[in-house]
Ligand binder design. Sequence first.
Ligand SMILES: Cc1cc2nc3c(=O)[nH]c(=O)nc-3n(C[C@H](O)[C@H](O)[C@H](O)COP(=O)(O)OP(=O)(O)OC[C@H]3O[C@@H](n4cnc5c(N)ncnc54)[C@H](O)[C@@H]3O)c2cc1C
Length: 394
Amino acid sequence: MSRNDTLDVAIVGGGICGLTTALALERRGIEPRLYEAATEYRPVGAGILLHTNAMLVFDRLGLADRIRDAGVELTGGEIRSPTGTLLKRLDLAGVERAAFGHGYVAIHRAALQRLLLDALATEVRTDTTCTAVERTDPPVAVFADGTTIEPDVLVGADGIDSTVREAVVPGVDRRRLESVVYRAVVPVELPPADRSRGFQCWGVGTYTGGARIDADRVYWFGTAPEPLTPESASPAAKLAAIRDHYRGYPEPIPGIVDALEPGDVFRSELADLPRLERWQMDRVVLAGDAAHALLPFGGQGAAQGIEDAIVLAHALATHDDSTAALAAYEAERKDRADRVHDEARRMGWLATIRSTTGARLRNLGVRLFPERVFDRFRRRRAAATPLPEDGSGA
Ligand SMILES: Cc1cc2nc3c(=O)[nH]c(=O)nc-3n(C[C@H](O)[C@H](O)[C@H](O)COP(=O)(O)OP(=O)(O)OC[C@H]3O[C@@H](n4cnc5c(N)ncnc54)[C@H](O)[C@@H]3O)c2cc1C
């Protein structure tokens, strides 16, 4: 399976990237150790859209069918203006599923997390916060309870505010976009046409949309130029402001925000990282948001971390020298992730334009932009998904 099945790999961070990395290593016969700061896995009240490249990696890891069954396979997508004008229709079934066998899947984050945890033999050591990486060769990581570990390889999959990153590229902080995002999972019946497609509406300073994520729930998101209410406002006042802000958008948005209950919605700031100059130092390496946190507008953040996982596991399983393995991983992944990162930033700028004229021009541009160019772009991204042989001969 692997020439390195005795390699001691420690992963810090049990989010989507850390869990997928652990699974990819297991598939290669390497049993990692996985450390997670949270005291337990709590259901996150949001959905996630897994693009074709993410699903192709999960297919290679033997999880795609379970993910598809637990979520909703989208056949298409629509982008509308705030007055309801159709700007673009995306044919996800005809373009990606027909060509690659997998396409976009919308799923509850908690369901994805559960599937990953169930697929893993590795036990996640929760309530274990890494506080520092003292050395990179060999790696020495320190935890909040004073214990230290000295694995052969240390993977930092600890998110945008990564602690492990300090040992690789010190002093890199998140960059805030001046917008916030509201998210919720809502039990609501969608009109039949929207039951298997994603919907988005591009407004002035506001970008909102969502998709059905299972039999009776819908994932909704909406950005706003700034928080609609102070943090101290009551849940009822917060909800009233949200309904007010999004009610004027085309259906199904008003139907969804009307079905929200106080406390359903949570707000996050939007931020990414600048491009890092490197992802690895000696035998310490970064993956997922720790390496390349993206703005969420292209829907590629987790997908890029999922690609990292399979490439990193392949590199570690096929190189005798760990430092060379990490260099090979970075060489294969960094350019692609950097490109996607820059696209997400451009998309973020476009999606949150605050001037009415700017937003009108943007929407006209989206409307006139040929659909076949969008199709070609998505097809190319899916076709370039890194899918190393799994080494099992299966
Ligand atoms: C509004 C929004 C919508 C999005 N939508 C999509 C989408 O539709 N599709 C998509 O592909 N992506 C999407 N993303 C991006 C996606 O959510 C992230 O890219 C992805 O969750 C990152 O996974 P990760 O495992 O790298 O990091 P994280 O999810 O941040 O996980 C890091 C883990 O490390 C743990 N941790 C942190 N520090 C330590 C420490 N010191 N010691 C131990 N453990 C630690 C944390 O508790 C956490 O569990 C979206 C993001 C946002 C903000």
